[in-house]
Design a protein around this ligand. Structure first.
Ligand SMILES: *Cc1c(COP(=O)(O)O)cnc(C)c1O
Length: 489
């Protein structure tokens, strides 16, 4: 069969003079660039941009889009990341020109619609959290953690209390200790007990007057709701310390439990997870935080405020604020989608989201746990962590092999090797948007992989342009231009 060789880069398909639009000749006299732009601002030569027809460009990006795993094309049970379907309605609404054609330097009087939306979102997020005040500024969950811990630091400084430590369970996301460290605290690890919950004895032993906060993820990263959270909050509050809730798992408890009612004093949201913002490949995200009244004065400035006459404005008059953590209004594109999602679900819909997420995860867990046992918990919340330890021991099939082989079946790999407390971890989160058939197919595929020849699995996937790149090298010394040799393609 004769097959057109598809070059991988637009630069390789470029042909001099090829263009997407052919303009008629100019009917005014040409003027040299130098006559209009100061010489020192002119490049010595035009930039070497590729020259292509519209069809070249359309084919290039259409083909490229189908070589990616994506939520629109594949089941994507990536634990912790909540890769739920991103409703197209949200995309259409967020693309309305009234929103996208705004400029952050516009006068506030001309931004009333935008500010009204953001203000309403602040109120929704406060209500869902059961907390009092919200900042939409942080750019991602991780930055939300950092911002909230800076707020906590400012609060204790104001009270003339020197608190240097933040307690973090060993099952926590790596961003928790990193944020604590960046905010100037010492991160102290709290062990998990045999059930996968906070080891209360270890917590009590490490809780002293130097503790500023305890960062809990509830439900936690093994997919379990920690019922000790009330007692943990009480003990912290008795010592004057704060409870921080990592809200990445809000998908499991929306409308059912409010972090403020669990005793949390501050938290972040991941709207790109919980509220269906499209994400992947590192962005885009947002990380709004919600806090109790006592912490509100320290939130980043500006907040969106509503005056008694119904006008909205950016409130910069916040003398005790930690300052800005991001430019302008926060990541409005992601925040709008969250707003659309919350409005289109409504309170009952949000609760149903959590119920279906939990139901789907439990159904899938019962279908796969005999192949990959689930060490913690008879039931789970919105995700569960299975272990490939016995497959690895008996047949030499590792979590990595399973993840890679799933790609050949058009399924994105679960999160592997996290959390660290489960050996050969496969962290699986189906989300509420998947139908029963998809879950059953996943279980069938997993079973089939467990029976396959281990040697053949070690170099899976077999169907992708790249099979097993050296991941560390790919991140540290990326080859961003293909030099034409098949080896580094
Ligand atoms: C995703 C996640 C984070 C970090 O959030 P980003 O938005 O990716 O910065 C923190 N904690 C947990 C448990 C997470 O799953």
């Amino acid at each position: 069969m004769y097959k057109l060789d598809t070059p991988s880069l637009l630069f390789e398909s470029s042909r001099p003079g090829r263009a997407t639009a052919i303009f008629p000749g100019s009917d005014v006299p040409a003027r040299p660039l130098e006559a209009m732009i100061p010489a020192k601002q002119l490049a010595p030569s035009p930039p070497p941009l590729p020259e292509l027809s519209e069809l070249d460009v359309v084919r290039h990006y259409t083909n490229l889009s189908t070589s990616n795993m994506s939520i629109d094309a594949n089941f994507y049970p990536l634990g912790s990341c909540t890769m739920k379907y991103n409703p197209k309605r949200n995309e259409r609404l967020a693309a309305l020109p009234g929103l996208t054609a705004q400029h952050p330097y516009q006068d506030e009087g001309t931004l009333q619609g935008l500010l009204a939306l953001l203000h309403e979102l602040q109120e929704f997020l406060a209500e869902i959290a059961g907390l009092d005040a919200v900042s939409l500024q942080p750019a991602a969950g991780a930055q939300g953690e950092l911002t909230a811990l800076l707020v906590a630091g400012a609060y204790f400084r104001d009270r003339r209390e020197s608190r240097t430590k933040v307690l973090i369970p060993d099952s926590a996301h790596g961003t928790n200790p990193a944020s604590a460290h960046l905010a100037g605290f010492e991160a102290v690890t709290i062990k998990s007990d045999a059930r996968g919950l906070v080891d209360l004895a270890d917590f009590k032993a490490k809780l002293d007057d130097k503790v500023a906060a305890f960062m809990i993820t509830n439900p936690n990263t093994v997919g379990l709701f920690d019922p000790q959270v009330g007692e943990i909050a009480r003990r912290l509050h008795d010592r004057g310390a704060l409870l921080y809730l990592d809200g990445a798992n809000m998908n499991a408890i929306l409308g059912a439990v409010r972090p403020g009612d669990m005793g949390a004093d501050l938290m972040h949201y991941n709207p790109h997870k919980t509220f269906s913002g499209p994400h992947g490949g590192g962005g885009p995200g947002a990380g709004p935080i919600a806090v109790r009244q006592a912490l509100a004065p320290y939130l980043p400035a500006p907040l969106v405020a509503r005056d008694d006459d119904g006008t909205y404005r950016l409130d910069y008059d916040r003398p005790r604020s930690i300052g800005r953590v991001r430019s302008f209004f926060g990541n409005t594109g992601v925040l709008f989608r969250a707003y659309c999602y919350i409005r289109s679900q409504g309170p009952d819909g949000l609760k149903a989201v959590a119920q279906h997420a939990v139901l789907n995860a439990n159904y899938l867990m019962t279908l796969v746990r005999d192949v990959c046992p689930v060490p913690f918990g008879e039931r789970c919340m919105h995700e569960f962590v299975a272990s490939a330890r016995s497959l690895s021991r008996d047949r030499g099939i590792r979590a990595m092999d399973i993840g890679k082989r799933l790609i050949d079946h058009n399924i994105h790999a679960p999160t592997v090797y996290f959390p660290l407390i489960v050996p050969e971890a496969l962290m699986i989160e189906p989300t509420e948007t998947e139908g029963r058939e998809t879950l059953e197919t996943f279980a069938k595929v997993l079973r089939a992989i467990a029976e396959e020849d281990p040697a053949a699995l070690h170099d899976a996937p077999h169907s992708t342009p790249i099979s097993r790149p050296d991941e560390v090298k790919a991140a540290k010394t990326p080859v961003l231009k293909w030099n034409g040799t098949p080896e580094n393609r």
